[in-house]
Ligand binder design. Structure first.
Ligand code: PGA
Length: 316
């Protein structure tokens, strides 16, 4: 049995998560020399280096990666045990780790707020990122639950339907096509297009549809944020395809509209997913049930900037 303490493992795990001794020290409220000393002692016990520094970047060695995976399991088990104890005492207490794609940030924080009002002793860690990063987090078993549109097929997952997530063509209100109906998709051939970054599944869905109709996009700009894209459209830089849900927040102030283009909306659905075989904590189970019940209650989606209305199944 390797003589390590839980504290050493926690320090190591935090350094590995942030790729930085300084940030780990800040998070754990201890000094950086203490962090370094703990990691050094751990490496001595293991008998091999856990990190390697290349330039300014800190990387896990292969044994470091193994230890990191072990730490994730150990702390997950301990968290789960703590939650079971709290549950037996009649309270829900502990941490919920959630990672969601960028389009889901328009509804998940609000639902989390309601959930936390009901369970005030629950702490939440919410990561908002693109599809590619969510996939990486899944492979590293970093979170309890994931919300995304296109659950990866090469990872064994349990996927539960949550809501429809139609992708629509968004343009400036003064765009010449704004007043037209049933616009042929070929008309987009000549439009300056603002695209999400590589690794975004919105981008992938757009590229697939345009490839199907042989549309050659004039990509004017590539941006890693839906909000930045909305600002660029408002500034007249071009059009884009975004989740309709991104248009709920103050979009009317941004002078945006949706274009009625053939082939749109691209029908997508959000799923809440977790790794197959993962033992969900009491809190993760409670949240899963809560969000499913909540989204089932939501009826017609009426987009404030659209000139037409979609129902829950994304039909006009
Ligand atoms: P994205 O994902 O943030 O990677 O574009 C959007 C989605 O899955 O709905």
């Amino acid at each position: 049995m390797i003589p390590v303490t839980l504290h050493q493992l926690r320090v190591f795990q935090t350094v590995a998560c942030h790729g930085s001794f300084t940030r780990a020290a800040e998070e754990l409220f201890i000094t950086q020399p203490t962090v370094s000393a703990q990691v050094k002692q751990l490496a001595q016990v293991v008998g091999m280096p856990l990190f390697e520094q290349i330039g300014k970047e800190l990387y896990l060695t292969s044994v470091g990666r193994e230890l990191f995976a072990t730490c994730q399991e150990i702390f997950e088990q301990l968290d789960r045990f703590q939650m079971i104890v709290a549950d037996l005492k009649g309270t829900k207490q502990g941490k919920l780790r959630l990672a969601v794609v960028t389009t889901a940030k328009y509804f998940v924080p609000r639902i989390l707020g309601y959930f936390c009002q009901q369970y005030p002793q629950v702490d939440v860690a919410l990561e908002v990122t693109n599809h590619q990063n969510i996939t990486r987090r899944m492979l590293e078993n970093q979170d309890d639950l994931y919300i995304l549109s296109q659950p990866p097929e090469d990872i064994l997952l349990c996927n539960e339907y949550l809501m429809d997530n139609p992708l629509v063509v968004v343009a400036n209100k003064n765009h010449p096509l704004a007043a037209k109906r049933n616009i042929p998709i070929k008309s987009l051939n000549n439009e300056a297009f603002i695209m999400r970054e590589k690794g975004s599944s919105t981008r992938q869905a757009v590229q697939q549809l345009f490839a199907k109709y042989k549309i050659v996009l004039k990509m004017r700009l590539e941006l890693g944020s839906n909000e930045a894209i909305k600002q660029a459209i408002a500034g007249g830089l071009g059009i884009s395809v975004l989740s309709e849900h991104t248009l709920y927040c103050k979009s009317s102030e941004l002078e945006l509209t949706t274009l009625d283009v053939q082939g749109f909306p691209i029908q997508r659905q959000w799923y809440i997913s977790y790794l197959d075989g993962k033992q969900l904590s009491v809190i993760a189970q409670a949240f899963l049930k809560y969000i499913q019940e909540y989204t089932q209650k939501i009826g017609i989606i009426s987009c404030p900037v659209a000139s037409f209305v979609y129902n829950r199944r994304g039909e006009k």
